[in-house]
Write a protein that binds this ligand. Structure first.
Ligand SMILES: [Ca+2]
Ligand SMILES: [Ca+2]
Length: 189
């Protein structure tokens, strides 16, 4: 907005507007004014980037939805697949009861007492293993994240949706309104 002010308020064209007597010049001036106004309106109504618009200290960073190689029905392979969340706020968060869901029936509830410090990430792997301070486990006997596309949703312990991250399988170099940027292994939420 500040960029537009000199054009509409402070420029010579604006202050000398009443002096313009030529119809051609007046038409040009009006066209310019109209263009400037349209730019101002577009800037005013343009929505902010989806990510920036969401006030959320806990953020889905990525879904490692298709680890390299063929899918094998083994726990050691299920644990390669994961979703990662990050604390983008300035305070340590207690995530007891926070929930992650896929686009189907899969649901992960953060265990009681789970904490995440500012700037830190937590990795939630699909298979079974012992949890650590930085890696939790969904403890499923299957993969969670569909290779052909899925949606990861993150909720607070009160059921408030913090983020919905939809991806398509394969490489998509640019995010769209419907899906995020991906490589063959990773969705960048
Ligand atoms: Ca995100
Ligand atoms: Ca997968």
């Amino acid at each position: 907005m500040p960029l537009l002010r000199p054009v509409t308020r402070g420029s010579p064209a604006s202050s000398e507007a009443p002096m313009i007597t030529s119809p051609v010049l007046r038409a040009r001036f009006l066209a310019l004014l109209l263009a400037a106004l349209m730019v101002a309106v577009l800037v005013a109504i343009a929505p902010p980037a989806a990510e920036a618009a969401v006030k959320k200290p806990l953020d889905i960073v990525k879904v490692y939805y298709d680890p390299p190689g063929k899918d094998h029905s083994k726990n050691s392979h299920y644990t390669k697949e994961y979703i990662q969340v990050k604390n983008t706020g300035k305070k340590t968060l207690t995530l007891t009861g926070y929930v992650i869901r896929d686009n189907g029936p899969q649901k992960f509830t953060f265990p009681k007492g789970t904490k995440i410090a500012p700037g830190k990430t937590l990795t939630i792997r699909s298979g079974k293993a012992k949890n650590t301070s930085s890696t939790l486990h969904w403890n499923k006997s299957s993969y969670i994240w569909n290779n052909t596309g899925d949606t990861a949703r993150l909720y607070t312990n009160k059921g408030k949706l913090l983020e919905s991250c939809a991806y398509k399988g394969g490489t998509h170099k640019k995010a769209t309104k419907k899906s995020v940027r991906t490589t063959t292994t990773t969705a960048f939420c």
